[in-house]
Design a protein around this ligand. Structure first.
Ligand SMILES: Nc1ncnc2c1ncn2[C@@H]1O[C@H](COP(=O)(O)OP(=O)(O)OP(=O)(O)O)[C@@H](O)[C@H]1O
Ligand SMILES: [Mg+2]
Length: 161
């Protein structure tokens, strides 16, 4: 577990860029947190760090958007799935396909598709603070534990610069 205070939106983008530096194909990042806690902002940073060309936008009409960069990035936004039985939607969100294509998968509103999430993943919980946001990381599995250690060390180095 690792917890960090992120004071501004710019810093959230920077944290995303830092995460991208250590992401590998097959990694799964699940973002949780109420409205406006910075989930899309964090993904924008991840996309920048992966050198994707198109701007990240919230996928309002589709569940999944694909971006090409150093690694393919799949942005899943489960917001519209609130209250829907996840067994009805697995044809739309195909984690095994994204992983087999060497992609990085980032899920916004992961709480809505909890039963569908792969067991091995990095959970990221975002919440509002009086100033800025709190971001809490929890890794599941060996690979994602390594990812979390790397991100943590990378962030410490960035903050010293
Ligand atoms: N660490 C931060 N400190 C202060 N403001 C932030 C921070 N991160 C993001 N923001 C700002 O919060 C607002 C909401 O950000 P964003 O759209 O990324 O949240 P979200 O969690 O994706 O929202 P939604 O739940 O609507 O999808 C934006 O104005 C963004 O610039
Ligand atoms: Mg969003």
């Amino acid at each position: 577990m690792w917890e960090v205070h992120v004071a501004t939106a710019d810093e959230m983008v920077k944290l995303g860029r830092c995460m991208a530096a250590y992401l590998c194909g097959g990694d799964i990042v699940a973002l949780y947190g109420p409205l406006g806690t910075g989930k899309t902002t964090l993904i924008q940073g991840i996309a920048e760090g992966l050198e994707t060309t198109k701007r990240i936008i919230s996928p309002t009409f589709v569940l999944v958007r694909e971006y090409s960069g150093r690694l393919p990035l799949f942005h899943v936004d489960a917001y519209r799935l609130e209250g829907i039985d996840p067994s009805d939607i697995d044809w739309q969100v195909s984690f095994s396909e994204y992983i087999s294509r060497g992609g990085v998968v980032v899920i916004e509103w992961a709480e809505y598709i909890k039963q569908l999430l792969p067991n091995e993943r990095l959970d990221v919980f975002l919440s509002h603070e009086s100033v800025g946001r709190n971001v809490k990381f929890l890794a599941h599995g060996e690979r994602h534990s390594k990812l979390l250690l790397d991100v943590r060390e990378g962030w410490k180095r960035l903050c010293k610069e």
